[in-house]
Design a protein around this ligand. Structure first.
Ligand code: PLP
Length: 451
């Protein structure tokens, strides 16, 4: 019966029983699902009407190895049959979790050698906040609790992660957030380097450390490249400046690499582009390419060392921390990443994608501010780039353009916080040169219609 329902019947059931994440409930209740996906192979998706679409954003920046990967499906099946579940509480363990921890440690920079497993990005960030505070507690400085994050950041939707998130809609969704979260201006390099004449100085991480006192601050969290904030790159030198600032003030640095991790930016990790080593590195998404719910917090040796020295119990763990099937899928994902030189492909195809986007910029009027690294890219839509005139926010230009792309068989995402009409691209890292060209062609057709 399940497979025989048509689009209309499924839509009615969806409207009635399914409250969708990050979706306006009223509009959805009235109109039902925009797309019902039924199949995926490689970078291509199919919907219930049989219409094909290229996934130009790896769905939620996570399906890095594309759809329908038989090796990942097989390893999941075999692990489910062998040992479908086992707990990692009270010191119990399982082989896939142990081997994945070792593999992740071998890939992570510096002495980021110890893994705590979660089921996703929000859980990873919340875990990092708690472990950072635990670190200072066992070090005899329990008053170090505050977490500084950046404007326009996105760290997830659990209470801690949403409290750290700088995008206003998410941050203000409920009536209150967790205490001890502070928001700093993003990417104000000069202020972070100590320039007090910078108009953003008091709102910079440095300014906040000065006003709050480093004795109260546990950690700074940032995305190496902001994703949901609108694919926002830091100026060169920024990550190094923040790392130095944290070192000087005895504050831990958390890199949220939920999007950047495992090849998205053309290096294994986002921080590898700027050669810094955070104290915690949070991952999810690409670690299992969306085939299993998996995330991890990778921490440096000195962090784990503090935990060992204290002999305190760690009252933190999820039922699915170290889930054997998820970890087996993660291990296979990372094996494929290395074997098939996926990170290199991300870098090379990313260069081609950027070239293609620049071509669009020189051929169409409304596209500007092209930026990208590896297979993470963004473009901005403006009314009149020559005279710097933006679209009226009421026009929802990025949404309109994205809708046209969807219609022409290209799945993209848009972000229009604060009037920045950004369209994001993050195709699966397995993409070929010819498929990059297909994306550019479809975007070009969409611009013809948009103009
Ligand atoms: N951090 C970043 C940078 C993200 O982009 C996301 C999700 O998009 C998250 C955290 C939250 O991850 P999850 O949805 O797996 O909880």
């Amino acid at each position: 019966k399940r497979n025989n329902l048509n689009k209309l019947e499924l839509s009615e059931l969806d409207k009635k029983h399914y409250l969708h994440p990050t979706t306006p409930p009223r509009a959805h209740y009235l109109s039902g699902p925009s797309t019902i996906f039924t199949e995926g192979k490689g970078i291509y998706l199919k919907d219930i009407e049989g219409k094909e679409r290229i996934d130009g954003v790896s769905m939620l920046w996570n399906v890095n190895l594309g759809y329908g990967n038989e090796e990942l499906a097989e390893v999941a099946k075999q692990q489910m049959l062998k040992l479908s579940y086992s707990s990692s509480f009270s010191g119990q363990s399982n082989e896939p979790a142990i081997l994945l921890a070792q593999k992740v440690a071998s890939l992570a920079p510096g002495d980021l050698n110890v893994c705590f497993f979660t089921s996703g990005g929000s859980e990873s960030n919340d875990t990092a906040f708690k472990l950072a505070r635990f670190y200072w507690k066992v070090k005899g400085q329990p008053e170090k609790t505050k977490i500084i994050s950046l404007e326009q950041s996105f760290h997830g939707v659990t209470v801690g992660a949403t409290s750290a998130t700088g995008i206003e809609g998410f941050n203000k969704f409920t009536t209150s957030n967790a205490p001890n979260f502070l928001t700093a201006a993003a990417h104000v390099l000069n202020a972070e380097l100590g320039d007090k004449s910078d108009p953003n100085y008091s709102r910079s991480i440095r300014g906040i450390i000065e006003s709050e006192g480093s004795d109260n601050i546990a950690a700074v969290i940032l995305e190496p490249i902001q994703g949901a904030g609108g694919v926002r790159f830091p100026p060169d030198g920024y990550l190094q400046a923040v790392r130095k600032l944290c070192d000087e003030h005895n504050i831990l640095l958390i890199a949220d690499e939920v999007i950047c991790g495992f090849g998205r930016t053309g290096k294994t990790f986002g921080v590898d582009n700027w050669n810094i080593v955070p104290d915690f590195l949070c991952v999810a998404k690409g670690i299992s390419s969306g085939y299993a719910h998996l995330g991890a917090v990778i921490m440096r040796e000195h962090v784990r060392e503090a935990f060992i020295q204290s002999d305190e119990m760690m009252f933190h763990g999820f039922t699915y921390s170290g889930h054997p099937m998820a970890c087996a899928v993660g291990l296979k994902t990372l094996e494929i990443l290395e074997r098939d030189q996926i990170v290199k492909n991300s870098r090379l195809r990313g260069e081609e994608l950027l070239k293609g986007l620049k071509y669009l910029e020189s051929n169409y009027k409304h596209i500007t501010n092209i930026r990208g690294l590896g297979l993470l890219a963004g473009i901005e839509l403006v009314k009149d780039p020559e005279n710097g005139i933006s679209f009226d926010p009421a026009v929802h230009a990025a949404a309109l353009y994205t809708d046209i792309c969807m219609d022409l068989g290209l799945q993209l995402r848009y972000f229009d916080w604060k009037g920045t009409n950004t369209v994001a691209l993050a195709p699966p890292l397995i993409i070929t040169s010819q498929q990059v060209e297909e994306i550019i062609n479809r975007m070009s057709d969409a611009f013809k219609r948009f103009e």
